[in-house]
Write a protein that binds this ligand. Structure first.
Ligand code: PLP
Length: 686
């Protein structure tokens, strides 16, 4: 392997015979009917089992081997004259067992790239020799259920030799095969094993070409890591070079660049893309995202995939309802009531009327419209660095946007208070809640001075875009008192913080012992599906219904409601709020411990699984480049993080709520590793 690896590193083909072999094999007349003469089929139908394949569906589906076999049978019925085949250099998500992992200094990496072609055929299908050959390995591996028996034949070409490997055979059919047996072209090698011989996978032949047996005597790898795939591809060339089946499509190279180029030209120019080297994510599972090469990334930033990426129960709820009915709320439907009830059950008494919408922006838009309708005033108080959505009105109350790049400045009706940040804000330290609440009072006074009245006050319980900033003690209760005394409505934007993420509480506002008039809920509610909600009191709902119909084409449709109900049930049944509390507490404490060793970490803050790490120099300069470097290096180690805050110097952690202790430990291990790197010096050299 060292010899081949050095050759590859020097830009040679890893195996010196590869080019010669490829020229030779092209001239042979070999077809599928030589391999499987009793099938009498000349062509194949390509089965894509790669990580991007929709055919395999999610992990729950592809691990249901009875269902997998059923689908293979249906595919065969649909293509009776073809052999189902595929797999060369396919990065497959199927190998979820740890047996396929190999250790690396970034944690385990999966051997997921398939080096042969699989032919999906019935058990006992006879498999014949394609060329004259000699048996060099034949193992029936009786009792080793996972793989079945296999045979490797050696063949000559010119003065050299190569090998063909036949895996997942019926052990009994090869019991008599011995090393040294000579087999003529077309001779029977053995028969395909049953699913019992093959870990319950539908019967198939794994066929692979090898230019070298290396040191293997009892096995030969059929899968390798993505990182070593180019080297292995030179040792195990494409078996389809023998059959030249046009239907077996090679993996597309360069697809990522095409995606990026098209996107740059034809999709909104102000869309951003994460990471210096963008990721092409094709699959999600639990707290992991998986790219097109089968590389797994631990996702520590996605609080939308609240109960885990593509949670099978949530997916199923959506799929089932989608297949039966999806329509608007002008008809009665139990899903609508059920989702509303599930939400109301999580909220304090009084918050009991639900309006379903499609996004966090739309929820805040509606909440603000309610405040305008009820109070007759459009004057709104919001925090500096807050973000509440992408519509005209919500951008108008989002200083993160209107005071940011390309922003149009503060609208006349918006009244900002300084961000209530007890760490680095205008007032610092404990007991600053009342000082920030006085800022709310000042804003009210200024509205009154202009001869206007207050409409509402909108704020997040932990200001996410502001850099994961929790509100100081007493601030919210004093601010709500002042707002209510001035006739305004209090809106709690729970788009990021809601649905159990805080750990100790289901909703962020509960951290501060207050009850808002209106709660807006977005991201987590649909676990990735666009469903959001505005929940308010009977009084607010009554007064808002002033005669103008609230019609929303998609809001509250039966599919979205099925998904929202199921997400809320999963949170409850899988005790994810408790998980957020326990793992979050551990994580925050461990990050504080890390802070002792790495003084650029100046603050660790948050609740549950909603955490921020602020990086500052000893002179209190925000370290944005360092934060970005850390996020990019963590990606190299397979961990996704992102940065935020007005100075872009806060690393934020808000993973799916299934984030485990083990995953938290891996995050901490990698963070320590990157923090130990001499990255401050690396940055200087840029
Ligand atoms: C606090 C907060 N409110 C509202 C929104 C807007 O939600 P959406 O993107 O679903 O429109 C966001 C989105 O990031 C948010 O973070």
């Amino acid at each position: 392997m060292a010899y081949y690896a050095f050759r590859k590193a020097c830009n040679y083909k890893a195996h010196p015979n590869l080019t010669k072999f490829e020229a030779w094999v092209k001239k042979q007349s070999i077809s599928l009917s030589h391999l499987f003469p009793d099938q009498k089929k000349q062509d194949a139908i390509h089965l894509d089992l790669s990580v991007s394949s929709l055919w395999i569906e999610n992990e729950a589906a592809f691990n249901d081997l009875t269902y997998f076999q059923y689908k293979i049978e249906r595919l065969q019925e649909a293509h009776p004259n073809k052999i189902i085949a595929g797999g060369y250099l396919e990065p497959r998500p199927l190998y979820t067992s740890e047996d396929y992992d190999i250790p690396s200094d970034q944690g385990p990496i999966s051997r997921c790239v398939h080096l042969g072609v699989d032919f999906w055929l019935p058990s006992k299908t006879p498999v014949h020799a394609l060329l004259d050959g000699t048996v060099v390995m034949a193992l029936d591996r009786k009792g080793e259920k996972e793989y079945g028996g296999f045979v490797i034949l050696e063949h000559c070409f010119g003065n050299d030799s190569f090998y063909t490997l036949y895996g997942h055979l019926d052990p009994a059919s090869i019991a008599a095969r011995k090393v040294g047996d000579a087999l003529k072209k077309d001779a029977l090698i053995g028969k395909l094993g049953s699913k019992e011989n093959n870990g319950n996978w539908a019967p198939h032949l794994h066929f692979q070409i090898l230019l070298d047996l290396l040191d293997y005597t009892e096995d030969f790898p059929g899968v390798q890591t993505y990182q070593s795939q180019e080297l292995w591809a030179d040792l195990c060339p494409d078996p389809n070079q023998m059959f030249q089946l046009k239907s077996l499509k090679p993996q597309i190279k360069g697809a990522q660049k095409d995606l990026l180029d098209y996107r740059k030209k034809h999709l909104g120019k102000s869309l951003s893309i994460q990471y210096q080297e963008p990721l092409h994510i094709v699959r999600g599972h639990g707290a992991y995202l998986i790219d097109q090469n089968g590389q797994k990334y631990l996702d520590t930033v996605n609080n939308v995939a609240h109960v885990g990426h593509e949670h099978p129960r949530v997916v199923k709820a959506g799929q089932q309802q989608m297949s039966v009915l999806n329509t608007n709320t002008r008809y009665l439907h139990s899903n609508l009531n059920k989702a509303a009830k599930a939400l109301i059950d999580t909220l304090p008494k009084g918050l009991e009327v639900v309006h379903f919408v499609n996004s966090g922006s739309e929820a805040n838009e509606l909440a603000l419209r309610m405040a305008y309708t009820l109070t007759g005033s459009k004057e709104v108080i919001a925090s500096e660095h807050g973000y509440h959505g992408n519509t005209n009105t919500t951008i108008g109350v989002s200083s993160y946007k209107f005071n940011g790049k390309g922003g149009q400045g503060q609208p006349e009706n918006t009244h900002l208070i300084p961000m209530p940040d007890a760490f680095r804000g205008n007032y610092r330290g404990e007991n600053t809640g009342s000082l920030y609440a006085q800022e709310v009072q000042k804003a009210i006074a200024s509205i009154h001075e202009q001869g206007k009245t207050l409409g509402g006050f909108i704020i997040e319980p932990i200001i996410s875009c502001g850099g994961q900033v929790p509100l100081p003690k007493d601030f919210l209760s004093l601010a709500y008192q002042a707002v209510r005394a001035a006739g305004g409505l209090c809106i709690s934007d729970e788009v990021q913080t809601g649905c159990g993420r805080m750990g100790t509480h289901f909703w962020g506002f509960e951290l501060y012992g207050v009850i808002p008039d209106i709660v807006t809920i977005g991201k987590p509610l649909g676990n990735g599906h666009p469903v959001a909600a505005v929940v308010c009191t009977q009084e607010v709902a009554q007064k808002f219904a002033n005669g103008m119909e609230f019609f929303n084409t998609f809001g509250g449709n039966p599919v979205s409601c099925a998904i929202a109900s199921e997400t809320l049930s999963v949170i409850k049944e899988e005790k994810l709020q408790k998980n957020a509390k326990q793992v979050g507490r551990y994580l925050i404490q461990a990050l504080k411990d890390l802070q002792k060793d790495f003084p650029i970490i100046k603050d660790v803050r948050g609740h549950g699984l909603f955490v921020g790490i602020e990086l500052l120099s000893d002179q209190q300069t925000p370290l944005a480049a360092e934060a970005e470097y850390l996020a990019n290096r963590m990606k190299d180690l397979g961990i996704l993080m992102s940065t935020d805050g007005p100075d872009h110097n806060v690393l934020k952690i808000k993973p799916p709520m299934v984030f485990s202790f083990e995953q938290a430990k891996r995050l901490l291990y990698c963070l320590r590793k990157v923090l130990q790197e001499d990255f401050l010096n690396v940055l200087k050299t840029f």
